[in-house]
Design a protein around this ligand. Structure first.
Ligand code: FA5
Length: 336
């Protein structure tokens, strides 16, 4: 009778489809109130010799059935695991969507182009501090404390008499102090003015200073370099005008304006309806400035210019408001 129970239970185990069915069989046959437990209870009524015999058979049957249930359970678990892993499968061979690369800011791009151009013309690229001394920003450029030209550049003063440089011209002075003539240098960098911000004025903007000191430098040399610069940047003829300009550190001094490329010269917010954009003040270096920096003006002379780099970038790309450039707006920056 026990062997029949064992055989039929094994057959039922074999046929189970779910873990629940399996569990039901376990409870029915092997549970505390199950069939085997019932037989075990009945055993007490048997004579001792038969009891021992049946006891052994009972244990053997119990072990066989437990092993069969365990094996079937393991089968169910491995099927369930395979199913779960199938659902969680990740295709590692799908190409990634790619890393979104940044790009250089348009001001940096044009700055680098101009640096390459001037390096090819024998100019060194110098750097200077953004926090300047009053002497380098003004006095050494022939703008003493009581000079009205100081009013042209409203300044952020710092403690201790230093200031945020209002232009890149102090790097001219630092270049002359450091190097012997003949010298050719440019100095790109960030400058600061206490300005009311509008479509063409920022309080923080970029300039690119240039200076050449040699023997017999003329206005003709100056104009040649300015034209070379503009042709290289715009890759086309641009209309310029040269008019007298006053800067205490050059004599004669000029303003080189460019026909506004935003409106084509008809007038807009960038050119303040004038059709022209101030871009490139320049001139021959004032002998007083040379002397203050230890260069003998009887032997040497030169030209200097102070390109409005931020405005140049606006003209090159047709940017109609200077505030875009420092907005940090990625929709704007991704175009470059
Ligand atoms: C100067 O800063 C002189 N240091 C330039 C110079 C150098 C003259 C060497 C002679 C010899 P200015 O203040 O005009 O000059 O500024 C130069 C250029 O910077 C301007 O033509 C303009 O293009 C740009 N600029 C001036 N102010 C601003 C501003 N607030 N925002 C953006 N660009 C400006």
């Amino acid at each position: 009778m026990l062997s029949e129970l064992e055989a039929s239970t094994l057959a039922r185990v074999e046929k189970t489809q779910t873990q629940d069915e399996l569990e039901a069989i376990r409870v029915e046959v092997l549970g505390r109130k199950g069939t085997l437990a019932g037989i075990s209870r009945e055993m007490g009524k048997l004579p001792p010799t038969e009891r021992a015999d049946l006891g052994k058979q009972l244990n053997a049957a119990k072990q066989t059935l437990e092993a069969a249930l365990e094996a079937r359970k393991a089968e169910f678990e491995s099927v369930a695991l395979a199913k779960r892993l199938d659902g969680e499968w990740v295709d590692l061979t799908i190409p990634s969507p790619g890393v979104r690369l940044g790009s250089l800011h348009p001001i940096t791009q044009i700055q680098m182009e101009i640096e390459d151009l001037f390096r090819s013309l024998g100019f060194a690229v110098l750097d200077g501090p953004e926090v300047e001394t009053e002497y380098h920003n003004f006095d050494a450029l022939n703008i003493p404390a009581d000079h009205p030209a100081r009013d042209m550049q409203d300044t952020f003063w710092l403690e201790g008499g230093n200031l945020l440089r209002t232009h890149t011209s102090p790097v001219q002075v630092r270049g002359m102090e450091r190097f012997e003539p003949p010298l050719r240098m440019i100095a790109p960098g960030r400058v600061f003015r206490n300005e009311t911000v509008d479509a063409s004025h920022e309080h923080t903007f970029y300039q690119l200073e240039g200076m050449m000191i040699d023997r017999h430098v003329s206005v003709g040399n100056l104009i040649y370099f300015m034209k070379t610069l503009l042709t290289a940047i715009f890759h086309k003829e641009v209309t310029v005008r040269l008019r007298p300009g006053y800067f205490p550190f050059v004599e004669p001094g000029f303003e080189l304006d460019i026909r506004c490329l935003i409106c084509g010269g008809t007038g807009c917010a960038v050119c303040k309806q004038s059709g022209w954009v101030e871009l490139l003040p320049c001139g021959l270096v004032n002998p007083k400035v040379l002397r203050m920096s230890g260069i003998d003006p009887e032997k040497w002379n030169g030209f200097a210019f102070g390109l409005g780099l931020t405005r140049l970038v606006m003209m090159r790309y047709g940017i109609d408001d200077i505030r875009w450039l420092q907005s940090g707006d990625l929709r704007f920056l991704r175009q470059f």
